[in-house]
Design a protein around this ligand. Structure first.
Ligand code: GLY
Length: 377
């Protein structure tokens, strides 16, 4: 029998996708007593590696509504989720509830500063969040560029080191004995009577009782749901060895963010480009990031440029994820997390596990159903 004809044992839950969602869901399911298996095409391409790890429902300027609620609920789950993962693995995920400053440039339209003329443009503020005028801002964070008028301060937002988190998630999967098969590409389904019977892969046919689709920007390869790649280019700077970190909170401007790591590294992101899966960093992309970074914080000028990279966010038309049931009874969806995948990992793992095990249907799931895009399916 050739490898392409090979049939594998019957599985409890087959998770298609070994990125943030696939791993987080597998861990949650295993902890709840299920027996997931993860089929991963290429871990290195997961958006998990490309991200900056911001936990930023407030700084992302989401309008009031289900997505902001889901993001805030997930951010609030972070401390417990990370503690659980770190205890399982003995590793540090670099979780840092450092707060986020969102500077506003003079005459910018981004999170416009409060004036009598434009009070409705204020972000949906949580308690503790507030506007800092330039004098208050200079007190909290010296060194911002002269075109900065003031900043919103979001103390509940923060960050996690996404690359450290990637290692933590992979190690937790191993620690829990969850089979993770790398290099396996799911190419199609066999369905009967409203159920998925098996998936066809480059390594034979795999069958399970239940399936989770967590294939991020590549989801359209398997299902006609409107998830498309939105490329982000990023770079890393290194704080000179003889100096402390110039800031110890995330600084999030208009199409630019500066994320300090305790190691002295500063992650700078990100472009947002609709160019399909076109790989590579461009002069224009990196130039735009560096120019905006220097406008926000001119003191970065002599920092060493360490690295550049890119990745693909899984975008949906309304920028919310697709979560929950699918057109098939035993297939569940966890994809399309766009700019908020790292942030939404704990709540996604929680709601999908509860749904799949029949424990509880999270009230927000209705807002993220694939059915809202029915006309495109
Ligand atoms: N979460 C920030 C970004 O996607 O660039």
């Amino acid at each position: 029998m050739s490898p392409s004809q090979r049939h594998h044992d019957h599985h409890d839950v087959l998770i298609i996708g070994g990125g943030t969602m696939g791993l987080a869901i597998a861990i949650e399911l295993a902890l709840a007593g299920a027996h997931p298996t993860v089929l991963s095409r290429n871990f290195q391409e997961a958006a998990l590696h490309a991200a900056a790890g911001m936990l930023a429902p407030q700084a992302e300027d989401l309008p009031p509504g289900p997505l902001l609620d889901l993001c805030c609920q997930s951010r609030d789950r972070y401390p417990t989720w990370i503690t659980k993962l770190e205890q399982l693995t003995g590793l540090d995920a670099g979780y840092w509830p450092c707060g986020i400053l969102a500077p506003v440039l003079k005459q910018s339209s981004h999170q416009v500063s409060p004036t009598l003329e434009s009070p409705i443009l204020e972000p949906a503020l949580e308690s503790g969040s507030r506007w800092l005028d330039r004098a208050a801002l200079d007190h909290q964070q010296p060194g911002l560029g002269e075109t900065v008028e003031g900043a919103w301060w979001f103390p509940a937002d923060g960050q996690v080191d996404n690359r450290a988190l990637a290692q933590v998630l992979r190690t937790a999967v191993t620690t829990l004995g969850i089979p993770l098969i790398e290099g396996i590409e799911v190419q199609g389904w066999q369905t009967t009577q409203g159920r998925v019977e098996s998936v066809l892969t480059n390594q034979g046919t795999w069958a399970g009782d239940r399936y989770v689709l967590a294939t991020g920007a590549w989801s359209q390869n398997l299902l006609p749901i409107p998830v498309t790649p939105r490329k982000g280019q990023m770079l890393a700077l290194q704080t000179p060895g003889d100096r402390p970190l110039p800031f110890s909170q995330v600084i999030y401007g208009d199409q630019i963010y500066l994320v300090p790591r305790r190691s002295g590294k500063i992650i700078v992101g990100a472009t947002s480009e609709t160019v399909g899966f076109k790989p590579g960093n461009t002069v224009e992309g990196i130039h735009a990031l560096l120019a905006k970074a220097l406008t926000l914080y001119p003191g970065l000028a002599d920092f060493e440029l360490m690295d550049t990279w890119w990745g693909y966010r899984p975008a949906t038309p309304d920028e919310g994820p697709i979560l929950g049931e699918s057109p098939w009874q035993n297939l569940y969806l966890a994809t399309g997390h766009y700019r908020n995948g790292i942030l939404l990992a704990p709540i996604t793992a929680h709601v999908i596990t509860d749904l799949l095990l029949g424990n509880h249907r999270h009230p927000l799931l209705g807002a993220f159903s694939y059915g809202r895009f029915r006309e495109t399916i």
